[in-house]
Design a protein around this ligand. Structure first.
Ligand SMILES: NC(=[NH2+])NCCC[C@H](N)C(=O)O
Length: 474
């Protein structure tokens, strides 16, 4: 048996990761996704509750300068996106940053990364599902003048909530779709994304009719600190541009397409967000964005701008259909990450069992659905979103470090994309991730610490012993 340190930092060779991509027990994943589908897959995983709900919550922190916060968050995301693109083009498999860390920084870091990805994926699905419920309720309210009772639309303790049934509903619907197979879901996703962009464009056109430049001055009433605080909060809305990196095993031409899909999707969402944020703060004085009452914020602004509820009906209907696509694609991503971790022996085998008829990891999907439902039903949106961001930023930092390491240790590997201005870009990537993390609440840090300790415990009790690399390193 190898000494402990050697086992903790054992590396899974990049070539080996590439060679075994897509094989599970009982079947293989299919290579069906094109560049177009991969890009829209990432956009679909990104545009969601962040822009539809969290924008409204961030305005009181920064004032009209929330637009600058969106740009700041986009820049943070961009540095990490370039690192993702480089690693995705070098090690084009499913499993995202987890697989990259395994090839560069060793098993323990890979495990930590995979554990953070559960925050980025499973926990974020719960957050998104809660935002979905808000729009469903706004839709009922604006169309019928009736809403579901607070007891089944809020988490316990929040405005009389008992448990958030609406959020759980959408999780179950996505589970059902995923069980029917990937390529069908990818096609459905293209339609959802188109709809989502159409709804946001509609919002902009309505809000711009009520645009008042007076609303933009003073631009940054709460100063630079307000802008950065809001940037930490809206960072959540950018999470997901990396989603294509979880579908490497199902991409037709992963080496060429994954890096492009990652960068394209980030550019698309940045343009959309800045336009929507500008339209929102131009249409409504920032003082009227009240942190407690901005539920389904975009619909509310549109109603104010038009003086009637028809615009709200359209926006909330679109949001309900569109945010559903985030739940779908991100849940898909989570199952594929667990698939990769299970293949490596770090979590139990049940996660890599592929149903031979449907070619889908069925048990895996059901376990993920259960975990997400519990979170979505019982924890409020703000906390879920912050937990998502802190875990994601940590994983992003590791990816940036991974680029630095792999250039040194494996300069020979063919890279279909190289991050520009190396090593400045990945180093800045790490620094920006840390700055944004520092903007998150103390309670988020506490939850994150507990989550990480639980992860380490799980690793030493299970993964450390059952790792498939145990057979090669002796
Ligand atoms: N891994 C993910 N793509 N998670 C989804 C993140 C949330 C998404 N950015 C939104 O605004 O709703």
């Amino acid at each position: 048996m190898a000494p402990v340190a050697q086992r903790l930092f054992r590396i899974k060779p990049a070539d080996m990761i590439v060679a075994e991509g897509g094989h599970g027990e009982g079947g293989e994943l299919r290579r069906t996704m094109t560049l177009w589908q991969l890009t829209l897959f990432s956009v679909g995983a990104t545009l969601g509750t962040g822009i539809f709900v969290i924008l409204g919550q961030a305005v009181p922190k920064a004032g009209p300068a929330v637009v600058a916060s969106f740009v700041l968050a986009a820049i943070t995301a961009l540095f990490s996106a370039l690192s993702y693109a480089e690693l995705a083009g070098t090690i084009p498999v499913s499993g995202s940053s987890y697989s990259y860390a395994y090839a560069t920084l060793g098993e323990l870091v890979a495990w930590v990364c995979g554990w953070c990805l559960m925050l980025e994926y499973a926990v974020s699905v719960a957050a998104v599902a809660v935002g979905w419920g808000e729009y469903l309720n706004r839709f009922f309210h604006d169309l019928l003048g009736w809403r579901l009772p607070a007891s089944v639309t809020h988490s316990p303790g929040d405005q009389g909530g008992v448990f958030n049934l609406t959020a759980i509903l959408i999780v179950l619907l996505a589970t059902w779709l995923l069980m029917r197979g990937t390529s069908e879901s990818a096609t459905a996703n293209v339609i959802f994304v188109m709809l989502k962009i159409a709804v946001l464009a509609f919002f902009c056109s309505v809000a711009f009719t009520a645009f008042n430049t007076g609303n933009l001055t003073p631009f940054a009433p709460l100063g630079v600190a307000g802008v950065t605080a809001a940037a930490s909060q809206v960072f959540f809305s950018y999470i997901g541009f990396d989603a294509a990196s979880t579908a490497g095993d199902e991409a037709r031409n992963p080496k060429r397409d994954l890096p492009l899909a990652i960068v394209f999707s980030l550019v698309i969402v940045t343009v959309v967000y800045v336009a929507v944020a500008l339209a929102a703060v131009g249409a409504m004085p920032w003082q009227q964005f009240n942190p407690g009452t901005t539920e389904a914020g975009l619909a509310l602004i549109a109603n104010q701008a038009t003086g009637s509820t028809w615009a709200g009906v359209i926006i909330s209907f679109g949001a309900v259909v569109a945010i559903a696509s985030v739940v779908l694609t991100v849940m898909y991503g989570q199952t594929r990450i667990l698939f990769a971790m299970s293949r490596d022996g770090l979590i139990p085998k049940i996660f890599q069992r592929v149903d031979p008829r449907r070619q889908v990891p069925v048990a895996n999907t059901l376990i993920v659905a259960l975990f997400i439902s519990v979170l979505a039903g019982f924890i409020p949106l703000g906390q879920l979103a912050e937990a998502t961001s802190i875990g994601t930023l940590f994983a992003f930092a590791i990816v940036n470090i991974g680029v630095l390491v792999l250039r040194r240790t494996r300069p020979d590997l063919p890279r279909s994309f190289r991050t520009p201005f190396f090593p400045v870009t990945p180093v800045l990537g790490v620094v920006l991730c840390v700055i944004v993390m520092l903007g998150l609440a103390g309670i988020t840090w506490l939850a994150f610490t507990i989550w990480m300790l639980a992860g380490l415990l799980a690793y030493f009790l299970y993964g450390y012993r059952n790792s498939r690399l145990n057979r090669s390193v002796r």
